[in-house]
Structure formats: structure tokens, C-alpha cells
Design a protein around this ligand. Structure first.
Ligand code: C2E
Ligand code: CA
Ligand code: CA
Length: 619
């Protein structure tokens, strides 16, 4: 039985036992008085009162206790003695009454003994060590009493009492077994036999309050397998289950003493550390255990003739002085674990103050971003794109957010947050509208571009109404001629989604005349086969490749092969992040179509862009 519910059950029976002793006890005092044994009766009742008071103090102690397991064990020993003693007092009253001559007292004594045994067999069900000895202690003297009666009916009653004792022990025993079974199921994970989430959370809660009281520290490791889903999907759930069992056994090997290992569900395991008086040693141990587990899990597994490999990402959170909130400890480990996943998996990250601050800040950004459009804080800038003769032929739209409180936030930060919260749908529509309007106004000013790029994020693209929204905005702001200039820049991350769906969305957009560009090309996991399938018109060589072009390097080979490949697929190429003359010269020599970067211009606001265009193209 779960320790906590076990103790708490036995704890609740203390007042029941007190009431069952103190009130019926008065009737026995009265009977004793009526039969001239009042002195013995009073002594007995005084003992009942004393033992009840003792029981009450044990009852109170449990409530005041912060209940760590050591203290609970000491408390439990006292509690057991209380039950033995109070049932012994009922045996005492039995002995007192049968030692009298009057037969009516004997009848009462016999019923008392049977009654007390029944009470013991019901109240003490969760604990075999309590109900068995108590029933025996109460029933054996009764049997002896019947045997001593000597008559045939005495023997029969002795046999009856033995039978009753057996029935009581047997039925309490089977209820006990059933209770244990249900309790086991409620607290354990069926697959691995480890403790489950339900048990873990309860345990953590009480462990934390006791750690808090003792001003001690502990750690929590959240272990999540990497790419487990792939194994499950490709080899089937039986093999996945088997692997989970092997993994849980392996983690057990590295688990330290006095720690708790549980499976939270799926491929997620958790370990709660033992108690530390020193924060540093707690952190070091957590790190050491996590590293060992990480190494251990990576060794190969053999499951039904398959050789399997798996790694894990581990997030660690440490209990610090200020709080004792279980859900917070888990959440922090969770954040650290996701950080480990983001950093390429197969690693350990310990949650720290930096991370906490970053989360605070992100929450603040999230909150303020929500009002950014209505407060008119979002603006667009446009970075010129030039051809080989350095004429401006296009522009990339980039978004800026300037908040009163936070200052300027980089689009890398706020776009990512907008994607997470879904605000990107609203923001994306606003950006499209503003960009289309800018293009329209330039057109009137005689600025003629070949292309006008707008970044479109994955979540935005997959939004149900995206195609309709774009269509409406086109109708409102753009002539067909202008639509043919629009290029949507998407990143390779869209490939991670349902490729067929991506293709169908892209095709609908293309019907409006809009083209697509593959942004940050070369940094993701684009494969040639996808590139062939996606209706892409242009690729943008990521600026990280351009940055290293100055030196003789593998980046030159990379850039050359991108240019060659683009040529073969008849895609146009934009080199972004061109910062130096050498980079421009190298790209020019290798026949890149289009250039963008600080070497030519930083991103410019609407009017400065017009000025730059006019000055540059009329040279
Ligand atoms: P990106 O699409 O790759 O945009 C190019 C980034 O490189 C821009 O940063 C630009 O200012 C910067 N850049 C341009 N030339 C140079 C150069 O010569 N050297 C260097 N080091 N950097 C250069 P920015 O504006 O901070 O945007 C960062 C990212 O934020 C963008 O990367 C894009 O992924 C995202 N983003 C910006 N605006 C939007 C938007 O309207 N919608 C979406 N979905 N994403 C946007
Ligand atoms: Ca871009
Ligand atoms: Ca880019």
C-alpha cells in the first residue's frame, strides 16, 4: 500500500477506536458497579481513558508531523502499540467479568470478546501485523474459557470460536490482499512496474514539505527518450513496450539510494533525489547521475532480434529555498528538458536563474506583443536586393517591433513567440496588408521592382484561412502585374510537416501569381527530392555560408554546389548577408543572380527605401 495512504488510514481509525472504547466503556463501569466490582471497573476505565489520551496524542502528532519517512516509521511503531494496548484492555475486561460468579457477566464478556475481534478485523484491514495478533489475542482466551467450561456445549463453543477466529482472519486477509492489489494498480505503472504519475505527484508533494521544513535540498531529473515515437511507429508497439521496459531497468541501475524513480507516461521517466544539506553537492550528484543515465541508455538494446539504439534528453531542476511547489519543480525540469532537446538532444540541462529570467521575459514579450498591432508598434523595413550590375531589382520585407517598455525586440525573438502563441496569424495578416500597401504606393511613385519578398512562417502558412486571406488582400491592394512580383519566403521547416499539404497550399497561392523562395537554404534538412517536389522558384543561400566566403573554405564548395544545383533546377538564387566586396566579387564570378546585404544597404524604412532606389538606379 502507498505509504502515505496506509498511514493516513490507520491514523483515521484512532478516534474511531477511542470513541468505541470510551463510550461503551461507561456501560461496563455501570455493570461493574451493579455487580459490586466497581473498584476494578473504575481502574479499568481509568486505564481506558489514559490509553485514549495517549492515542489522541499520537493522532495529533501525525497531523503536526511533516512526515518524512523516518519519522513516520517511528510514529507507526507507537501507533501499533496503541492498538495492541487498547485491544488488550478489552481482553482485560473480558477476564474481569468471567472471573465473577454471575453468569450474566459471562454472557457480556463473551459478546465483548467477539465484538472486539470483529472491530479489529475491520478497522485494521490494511495492516496484517495488527489485525492478526489482535484477533488471536482476543479469541484464544475465549476458546480457553469454553474449554475450561468442560461440558459438551463448552467444547462445541470452543470449536465455534476457533472457526470464527479463522473466518475473521481469513476475510480480513482476503480484503487486505484485494486492497493491496487495487492500491498497487493505482500507484504503479502496468508496463514497467515503476511507480506511476499519480503516486509520484503525491509523494513529491509530501516530500517537498518535509524538505522545506528541514531546509534541505533535492533534485528532480526528467528523462525523455529521443525519437522514441519513430521506433514505436516503425517497429510496432510491442517492441516499443519492450524497449521501455529495458530502458526502465537500465535507469534503475543508475538510480541512487533513497531516490524515487517513476514513469510519468509515454517515454518520460522521472527521478526524485534524496535529501541533501548542501546545495552544491545536490547539484553535482544530480549532474553525475544524469550523465551516467545518459551514457547508460545509449548502449544498444536487443529486442526480438532487433538491435536498437536510443538516447535521452534530461532536464534537471533543483529544489531551492523559496518554494515548495511540486508542479513548479516538474515544470522547470520540463523546460530544461525541452532546452536539452532544442540543443540537439542527447544532453543534460540544469534549470537555472538565467532560464527563469528568460522565461519571465518571454512571458512579458508574449503579453505585450498581443497589443503591438493596436498600439501601432509594428513597422516594416525593406532591404534592397540588387542584381549583378548593382541595380535594385527587389526588396525583402522585414518586420520591426518597438515597444515602450521593452525597446526594440528582434524579429527572431518575437516571431518565434508569435508562432508559439498563434498570434502570428493576426500579425502575419497585418504584415501582408502593410507590405502590399507599401508596394502599391511605390508603384505609384514609379518604383518598379522585379520582386518583392515577404517572410511567411510555417504556422501562418498552415492556417486554414491563409489562402483565402491572401486572395482577399491581393484583390484589395494589388493589380495582377503587382501580384506577379510577390515572393513568399518560407523556411525548410515546412518540410517537417505534411509535404503533400504544403504542396497543395503552395499551388493554390501560386495560382494568384505569387512565387515561393526557400529561405536560409542549406541550414536545415532539405533534401534534393523535396526540393524537386516543392513548387519553389528561388532559393536564398543562408548568410552563414556567405560570411565565411572570404577564407578558402568548405563554404565556397557549398555555395558553388548550391549555385550549380539551382542552375540545374532552373531556380533563381539570392545570396543574403553580403557584407564585403570580396564576398560580392566571389558570388559575381560564380554567377549568382541576386544580392542582398549590408554591403549594399541595411533594411530601410518605406521612404528611405524609395530614396535609395532612386539614387542607386539613376546613377
Ligand atoms: P531572414 O529572413 O533570414 O532575414 C534576414 C536577416 O538578415 C534580417 O534580420 C536582416 O536584417 C539580416 N541581414 C541582412 N543583411 C545582412 C548582412 O549583410 N549581415 C548580417 N549579419 N545580417 C544581415 P532581421 O530583420 O533581424 O530578421 C531576422 C529574421 O526574423 C528573419 O531572417 C526572419 O526569419 C524573421 N523575420 C523578420 N521579419 C519577418 C516577418 O515579417 N515574418 C516572418 N515570418 N519572419 C520574419
Ligand atoms: Ca527571409
Ligand atoms: Ca534568410
Amino acid at each position: 500500500m502507498n505509504d502515505n495512504s496506509f498511514y493516513s488510514y490507520l491514523h483515521k481509525q484512532i478516534p474511531v477506536m477511542m470513541v468505541l472504547s470510551l463510550f461503551p466503556g461507561l456501560a461496563y463501569v455501570l455493570l461493574a458497579w451493579l455487580h459490586d466490582i466497581q473498584f476494578k471497573g473504575f481502574i479499568w476505565y481509568a486505564l481506558v481513558v489514559v490509553v485514549s489520551l495517549w492515542g489522541y496524542s499520537i493522532y495529533k502528532e501525525y497531523l503536526a508531523n511533516d512526515r518524512n519517512s523516518k519519522q513516520l516509521k517511528i510514529w507507526y511503531r507507537k501507533l501499533s502499540w496503541f492498538y495492541y494496548v487498547i485491544f488488550a484492555l478489552w481482553l482485560l475486561v473480558f477476564l474481569l467479568f468471567i472471573s465473577e460468579k454471575q453468569y450474566n457477566l459471562h454472557y457480556i464478556a463473551i459478546f465483548t470478546e467477539i465484538g472486539a475481534s470483529v472491530v479489529a478485523s475491520i478497522l485494521l484491514i490494511p495492516d496484517k501485523k495488527l489485525f492478526k495478533p489482535n484477533i488471536i489475542m482476543l479469541m484464544v482466551p475465549l476458546m480457553i474459557y469454553f474449554v475450561i467450561l468442560g461440558d459438551w456445549h463448552g467444547y462445541v463453543l470452543a470449536v465455534f470460536s476457533a472457526t470464527l477466529a479463522w473466518v475473521l482472519i481469513y476475510s480480513a486477509g482476503s480484503s487486505h490482499k484485494l486492497l493491496m492489489q487495487t492500491n498497487y494498480q493505482a500507484n504503479h505503472d502496468y508496463l514497467t512496474g515503476l511507480k506511476n504519475r499519480f503516486y509520484f505527484i503525491n509523494y513529491l508533494q509530501s516530500a517537498l514539505s518535509s524538505l522545506q521544513a528541514g531546509k534541505s535540498y533535492t533534485y528532480l531529473l526528467l528523462i525523455d527518450l529521443d525519437h522514441f515515437k519513430t521506433i514505436n511507429d516503425s517497429l510496432g508497439h510491442d517492441i516499443g513496450d519492450h524497449l521501455l521496459q529495458d530502458v526502465s531497468n537500465r535507469i534503475k541501475e543508475y538510480q541512487q539510494e533513497n531516490t524515487l524513480l517513476a514513469r510519468l507516461g509515454g517515454d518520460e521517466f522521472v527521478i526524485l533525489g534524496s535529501e541533501y544539506s548542501n546545495k552544491e553537492s545536490c547539484r553535482e550528484d544530480a549532474q553525475a547521475v544524469a550523465n551516467k543515465i545518459l551514457q547508460g541508455l545509449k548502449e544498444s538494446y536487443t529486442v526480438e532480434l532487433h538491435n536498437l539504439y536510443i538516447s535521452a534528453s534530461i532536464g534537471v531542476s533543483l529544489l531551492v529555498e523559496e518554494y515548495n511547489d511540486a508542479s513548479r519543480l516538474i515544470k522547470e525540469a520540463d523546460i530544461a528538458m525541452y532546452e536539452a532537446k532544442e540543443k540537439g538532444r542527447d544532453g543534460v540541462i540544469v534549470f537555472d536563474d538565467d532560464m527563469a529570467q528568460r522565461i519571465e521575459r518571454n512571458l512579458e514579450i508574449e503579453r505585450l506583443l498581443h497589443f503591438s498591432i493596436e498600439n501601432d508598434e509594428i513597422s516594416l523595413v525593406f532591404q534592397p536586393q540588387l542584381d549583378i550590375r548593382q541595380q535594385v531589382i527587389g526588396a525583402e520585407t522585414l518586420t520591426r517591433w518597438e515597444n515602450k517598455k521593452l525597446g526594440a525586440i528582434s524579429p527572431e525573438t518575437f516571431i518565434a513567440i508569435a508562432e508559439q502563441t498563434g498570434f502570428i496569424i493576426e500579425l502575419g495578416r497585418y504584415i501582408l496588408e502593410s507590405a502590399f500597401r507599401a508596394l502599391g504606393s511605390w508603384d505609384k511613385q514609379g518604383i518598379s521592382l522585379d520582386q518583392f519578398s515577404i517572410n511567411v512562417s510555417m504556422r501562418q502558412l498552415f492556417y486554414n484561412d491563409f489562402v483565402d486571406d491572401v486572395k482577399l488582400l491581393c484583390e484589395e491592394y494589388l493589380t495582377q502585374e503587382m501580384r506577379n512580383k510577390i515572393v513568399f519566403e518560407v523556411t525548410e521547416s515546412i518540410i517537417a510537416e505534411d509535404v503533400d499539404k504544403v504542396i497543395s497550399i503552395m499551388k493554390s497561392i501560386k495560382q494568384l501569381g505569387i512565387r515561393f523562395s526557400m529561405d536560409d537554404f542549406g541550414t536545415g534538412y532539405s533534401s534534393l527530392s523535396y526540393l524537386k517536389r516543392l513548387p519553389i522558384d528561388e532559393i536564398k543561400i543562408d548568410r552563414s555560408f556567405i560570411a565565411d566566403l572570404n577564407q578558402e573554405s568548405s563554404d565556397q564548395i557549398m555555395v558553388n554546389s548550391i549555385l550549380n544545383m539551382a542552375n540545374q533546377f532552373s531556380l533563381s538564387v539570392v545570396a543574403e548577408g553580403v557584407e564585403t566586396e570580396q564576398q560580392f566579387a566571389y558570388l559575381k564570378a560564380n554567377k549568382c543572380d541576386c544580392y542582398q546585404g549590408y554591403y549594399f544597404s541595411v533594411p530601410l524604412a518605406e521612404q528611405p527605401f524609395v530614396d535609395f532606389y532612386l539614387k542607386n538606379n539613376n546613377k
